[in-house]
Each structure stands twice: as C-alpha cells, then as structure tokens.
Design a binder for this molecule. Sequence first.
Ligand code: SF4
Length: 329
Amino acid sequence: MNTPLIDAKNLVRRYEMRRGIFGKPVEVRALDGVSLHIAAGETLGLVGESGCGKSTTGRLVLGLERPDQGSVIFEGAPMPEPGSAEWRSMRARMQMVWQDPLGALDRRLTIGEQIMEPLAIHNLGTPAERPARRDALMQAVGLRPDQGSRYPHELSGGQRQRAVLARAIATDPRLLVCDEPISALDVSIQAQVMNLFVELQQKFGMAILFISHDLRAVRQVSQRVAVMYLGRIVEEGEPDAVLHDPAHPYSQALVSAIPAPGKGKKRIVLQGDPPNPADRPPGCPFHPRCAVAVAACRSEVPALKPRHDGRLVACHLAHGDAAPLMRAA
Ligand code: SF4
C-alpha cells in the first residue's frame, strides 16, 4: 500500500464528566482504540449512532485535539501540537465542513469576503488575484459570483452549505473532514449537495473523511465505509458489501433501519439501552444489545481483523463462511 495521506493508529480519547454538581467525576472513553487510514483522493465514510465517537475521530484527525493514546500521521509526518505555527500552516491542507452552515459562517461578513478569508490567512495569491479565485470557487460549488455580496441569512440552507464548501476548498486542501454535512439541510436539497461532494472530489482530488449517521449518504460518496459503535470501529469494507451483506450484527441493525419502499423489509429492533460511553460493558461493547451473543462475548473484546472477503470485522462469530444473523422484528 502507498503511504496513506492520513494514518491514525490506536486512538484513545478520554473525557471527564460529572453526574450533577456534586457528583464524582467519571471517565468517558469516547474513543477506544480507533485505527484508520485514508489514501490521497479517497473518501472514507464513518457511520454510526450519535455519541459513538465519529466527531471525536474527526477532531483528532484534524489535530484539533490530541489523543490520550495513539498517533495521527498526516502526509508522512506526526500531527503538530494544536495551535502551533506548524499546525496553523498545515491547516491550509486540511479543512473542516461542519453540520450547521449558518453557525459555520460569520453573519457580519458577506459570502464573498468569507470565501476569500482563508486565502488572506494563509497568504495565498495577491489581494488583486483573490476576487478571481473567489468567483471561480463560487462557480465550482454552483453559486453565481454576484451572490458573493450577500450575507449568510440572505441565502437558502443549501446555498449556505455551498458557500461553506467553497471556503473549505479555497486553499486547495488535501483532506476535507465533513461532519454530518447534510443533516441540517432540507431533504429536498440533500441529494444535490451529496452530488456536489462527488463532483468536487473528482475535480479537485482531495481526500474526504465523511462522517454521518446516514449509511445511504455515506455509500453515495465513499470508496470505503467504517461502522463505529461505542468508540470502536466494528466493520470496515467496500460500501456495497457493507450495505448488501453486513457482517457485524450492529451493521445489520443499521442497514435494516434504512427505508426500502415497497420491499416489505423488516427492521431489527435492538434490545437494551443506547450505548453509554461512561458505562462500557466488558467484553464486546455491543453484547448487551446483540441477539446472537455467546458466552465469550461477555468477557473477550473482539479484535478488528480481516475476514475471508477482505472486510475488517470485530465480532467473535463473523469470521466463518457465514456471519451470524440478527433477526428482524
Ligand atoms: Fe454480538 Fe458477540 Fe459479535 Fe459482539 S462479538 S457483535 S456480542 S456476536
């Protein structure tokens, strides 16, 4: 394998949380040994329920936070200290697209000013050259240059997310980390913005870490998909393989929740409570909700390892010819 653009190894991230004002602090392990790599120009989709550690992974990959254990290598070099001069200069090559485009934009500045901002921050081009670059970026994301004089509240949600994307690609980054980039958008424009991600990647060739709870959205843009549960990756493989024949029982439940009109598909209803990172069960973290768990699942943590079909799966039972099947309701 060529040197990956991003190579994150065994990331562990803990936070301290108090239950109530006088409660004792408890440790929340948001990430529990996440490893991932992304090649130049590749999109990795990271999917899972809210609170599973997807966004924390994104922040660590961008270097916005340091891991408590593990390492992130970007373009062959260790991630610099957050806030250092080296880190700031590296940020031109890795950018973030947030969930809420209105929150990500400055309401006091026009869209055009905000698209040119990263060029000034990273000293790219001369002041005289920047307006032409702004107009080209706006056209690349499907905005008209004359819309550059508008303020964020004068644009629709979809147009705002296009403006956020134009600003994110202004510095020609090698990596975009996109955290739920379509979930705040109206359903009718989500598909357009998804298509835009695919177009931009083909045109500019950046790698993308696409974080979403929506497996269908992730499938549309990704060359590989990683499914997360309670701070760990439990399955990783090609999107079609994971969607059509999920091997991990949790992936099976996620896939069963995707509506399939007219197919009479039944949904797997998970037992027990949603995962709580402050109260991790021993053994396989999914075992309290897993209908096919065996005794070993309660004591032994399954390693994420390759199956016969090349997919990586963390399940004691998924490494034979047939994966264990959760039953639909
Ligand atoms: Fe279920 Fe056991 Fe596999 Fe975990 S290791 S997903 S509990 S079968």
